[in-house]
Design a protein around this ligand. Structure first.
Ligand SMILES: [Mg+2]
Length: 206
């Protein structure tokens, strides 16, 4: 294991990682749900196509996401939450099925059925209501800083910014992403880091 693992200012020491493994091993996870954005977080968006992605001539998963979802789905409830205007949950599931990812999501919700779109706090609150989960028990993973990360942070979710193109942190973006990952290889490390912080943020009974 690297002595220090991290990206863009998010670093955690190797000894912390051992502690995190311990938190997990003891089943004391404070995190129950991971909410994924859809476009360019789970499936690629091809700007040349329009209409529902399920009907596009070509669809493609984001590199590395299948392994990440398979691993994470063994531990957490995975939710796909999209701003898609052209697809409701059934069409999103059809598109996911085409790349073999549908099975990993316990819930699929879209702006169409929730009646609000990211970054509107009502969107994230509706997602949490759907799965019966508190904000501090959920992590949002998304590629769009303003809609996915800033929006979710405002409601109190943990946030992981999927930033494969190395975009600069936007002005006033400080503190909104709990972790920034350049690829899905880093997702598990980011989850462990957040697990540890969530565990430590827990109230102590004396
Ligand atoms: Mg996106």
């Amino acid at each position: 294991m690297n002595e220090r693992i991290g990206y863009a200012g998010v670093y955690y020491a190797a000894q912390d990682m051992h502690h995190l493994g311990d938190v997990r091993a003891r089943g004391r996870s404070m995190i129950r749900t991971i909410v994924f954005d859809w476009g360019d977080t789970v499936m690629r968006v091809f700007p040349e196509f329009s209409g529902p992605m399920a009907h596009w001539p070509k669809v493609e998963a984001v590199p590395g996401v299948e392994h990440a979802l398979r691993t994470a789905s063994q531990r957490y409830l995975l939710v796909l939450a999209s701003n898609a205007a052209d697809s409701g949950p059934d069409l999103v599931r059809d598109a996911l099925e085409r790349v073999g990812l549908e099975r990993y999501f316990g819930e699929v919700v879209t702006a169409r059925d929730l009646g609000a779109a990211k970054p509107d706090p009502r969107f994230f609150k509706a997602v949490l209501r759907t799965v019966g989960c508190q904000p501090q028990e959920a992590i949002m993973v998304g590629d769009h800083f303003e809609t996915d990360i800033a929006g979710a942070k405002e409601v109190g979710l943990w946030t992981i910014w999927f930033n494969p193109n190395g975009k600069a942190l936007p002005a006033h973006g400080e503190g909104k992403a709990d972790a920034i990952i350049p690829s899905y290889k880093e997702l598990d490390n980011a989850l462990m880091m957040i697990e540890s912080r969530a565990h430590m943020a827990r109230p102590t009974t004396l």
